[in-house]
Ligand binder design. Sequence first.
Ligand code: FES
Length: 316
Amino acid sequence: MGQNRVLWLLDALERDPRADAAIDKLTRSVRALPLGRARDGLHGRWLGHPVHPLMVQVPIGSWMSAAVLDLWPGRSRGAGLLVGVGLAAAGPAALAGAVDWAELRRQQRRVGLVHAVVNTAAVGLYGASLLCRLTGRAGAGRAYGFLGLTAVGLGGMLGGHLAYRQASGANHAEEVPHVVSEGWHRIGTVDEFPAGRPVRRTVDDVPVLVVREPGGTFHALAERCSHLAGPLSEGTVADGCVRCPWHGSVFRLSDGWNVRGPATAPQPAFDTRVVDGRVEIRLRREDGTQRPDGHETDEAPTRAGSEEGEGHGRSS
Ligand code: FES
């Protein structure tokens, strides 16, 4: 069965380069905003996933409720109040969306730009709606409100395409614990891992980043960045962390924790050990042991981590 027209249009939008110059300019402007540590807060690093979808609940919910009241005779005051609440909440939600947008792939930013334009139109329509209501033109206020809600619905459809079809905001390392098999996996001999240099290996078709510290401790993380699958083995290793080459997320080598965004999810981490000069790794499960299905439970990880020993390497 072929694509339907809506999907064809959305896919065509991803491929359309006509707005790329404006997108690049806007991207630079958003990245230059002096947000400091608040930028990671707007990405949702504290929440473990993007905060923008959470923040848009307030304007969408307010405007939807206003539409219901507008259909109910005698409730125009309440509807006007809800339109105002939605407008007040739209700004912070848009800012969170903008900082996420600036760290997306080009095809995602093309769709994201249209999503933003449509939602900006919705804000304009609701602004006009509020103005009409405040100046005694309730009928026009209702009409602008319904037009605004239509624009919000279109913006929501584009946001859904961005999130679910283009996977922006998703954890791109989520499948790793479901793909890597239980137990220890040999990934090479010690001398194949030069100290301080990131090395890429593969376990069960899952790319793994391996870093050997100058002291001999080995660290291993899932290699594809949780943000948008950037290659961490091409990143920079410093201060016990690796920095993604694509958008600069920083992950702690000892446990995969995302110490800096835009990544909102940590990297899956592996225990390491050296046996007879060969490096072995084992996926670290969330509870620090193997799965509760009877496999490998007698091999709980330990904290020591160096050549000819087992490396758990978890730090607080
Ligand atoms: S892919 Fe975006 S920070 Fe790694």
